[in-house]
Ligand binder design. Structure first.
Ligand SMILES: [Fe+2]
Length: 370
């Protein structure tokens, strides 16, 4: 008798889905302990959706894990041996939070349903015996929700890619303005993120340091080429103009909300630990953390690059200079760490593109979103 009822029930589901014009790109996982139900559902959904089945919650979780990239929606019965449907969906939600979950339940117990909605991120429950129209709508809406979430993540991916490539392009455009500083912004950023990682800066702040590194000298766009590329020593007036670039950098990024958080690192990258820097003569820990990191990376790259007024210094000499200036020009803890990791810095200097992709948080974020 029970089997006949189930057949009728599942024929209803079959009719509902058969009328549904949804395409078969989506995979639905059906979890039900009744073998007859499973068979009927498989026949019903053939050609419309790809169907995966499991006869209990544990098996359902394994099937979900094995097909995590494919499953769009789960329809689970509630009353099952081994693991109740709500428990299964709760576990499934941890594995696949974006997969849409529908619970079939014979209970109208509001506590069970409320619990399921909260714990399982339940999209909808359908009471048994269910109204065919209601289940049809639940499946259709569930698939729509999944598609919407997917398109959101595609938009997010595009935005991350756009952000990464735009920031990198701006930095490259700046570096191209002066042939002697070619690749400077990228290398300063690279040394900054290596140092930041070695200082155990939290993952969330690495992206800010990276962005600040790429844009730290953006204000140099407003500096005349004659000053920027002058082969000899700058006059006092020229140096005053040159010293305006951190404030120009800050002004340029001020209009972009997403970049507000990197302002301190950009504006203060020429401050000195001993308070003799610019633009605000900040001292010690009053200098923003990211600015102290960029200051060391910036100086190292300036020393190890050929400039219009002198040849590049050897790595060892630049490191000795960083060491000598700890507690004077530089944060002593950070400078010490930079000296300690000099082998990594040297390797990064010799192969900046490879190391950049290895260390870049922005690049990693962009790839993760793919
Ligand atoms: Fe600078």
């Amino acid at each position: 008798m029970q089997s006949v009822k189930n057949d009728i029930l599942l024929n209803c589901i079959g009719d509902i889905i058969a009328k549904n014009p949804d395409n078969n790109e989506h995979t639905i996982l059906i979890v039900d302990d009744e073998i007859n139900n499973i068979q009927l559902l498989k026949r019903t959904f053939r050609g419309k959706y790809k169907i995966l089945t499991a006869t209990n919650g544990l098996e359902g979780l394994q099937t979900l894990k094995d097909n995590i990239e494919e499953v769009s929606l789960i329809v689970s019965d509630h009353k099952m041996p081994v693991m109740e449907g709500t428990k299964f969906l709760e576990e499934a939600n941890i594995i696949a939070p974006d997969v849409v979950k529908i619970l079939l339940t014979g209970f109208s117990d509001i506590d069970i349903i409320t619990d399921a909605v909260n714990k399982c991120n339940l999209f909808q429950y359908v009471l048994k015996p269910f109204n065919p129209e209601e289940l049809q709508e639940a499946v259709r809406n569930g698939i729509d929700k999944f598609d919407l979430a997917s398109s959101k993540s595609l938009i997010l991916k595009d935005l991350k890619e756009l952000f990464y490539k735009t920031i990198k392009s701006i930095a490259s455009a700046l570096d191209a303005k002066d042939p002697y500083t070619h690749g400077h912004s990228m290398r300063v950023t690279l040394y900054s993120i290596i140092l930041a990682k070695e200082l155990n800066v939290p993952e969330g702040e690495l992206e800010q340091i990276e962005t600040a590194g790429l844009l730290h000298d953006i204000g140099k766009i407003a500096i005349p080429q004659a000053i920027l590329c002058k082969p000899g020593k700058l006059t006092d007036d020229e140096f005053a103009i040159m010293k305006s670039h951190p404030i120009n950098s800050e002004k340029l990024i001020a209009s972009i909300k997403k970049l507000h958080e990197i302002s301190p690192g950009v504006k203060h990258h020429h401050e000195r630990w001993d308070g003799k820097g610019y633009p605000d003569r900040l001292e010690g820990e009053n200098i923003p953390y990211s600015a102290r990191i960029i200051a060391i990376a910036d100086t190292y790259d300036a020393m190890t690059s050929t400039r219009s007024y002198r040849k590049a210094l050897e790595h060892d000499i630049a490191i000795s200079e960083i060491d000598r200036c700890k507690g004077g020009q530089f944060d002593p803890v950070m400078a010490q760490k930079f000296v300690e990791i000099q082998d990594i810095i040297k390797a990064a200097k010799d192969n900046p593109e490879e190391y950049y992709l290895k260390y870049s948080t922005l690049y990693k974020e962009m790839r993760l979103a793919e």
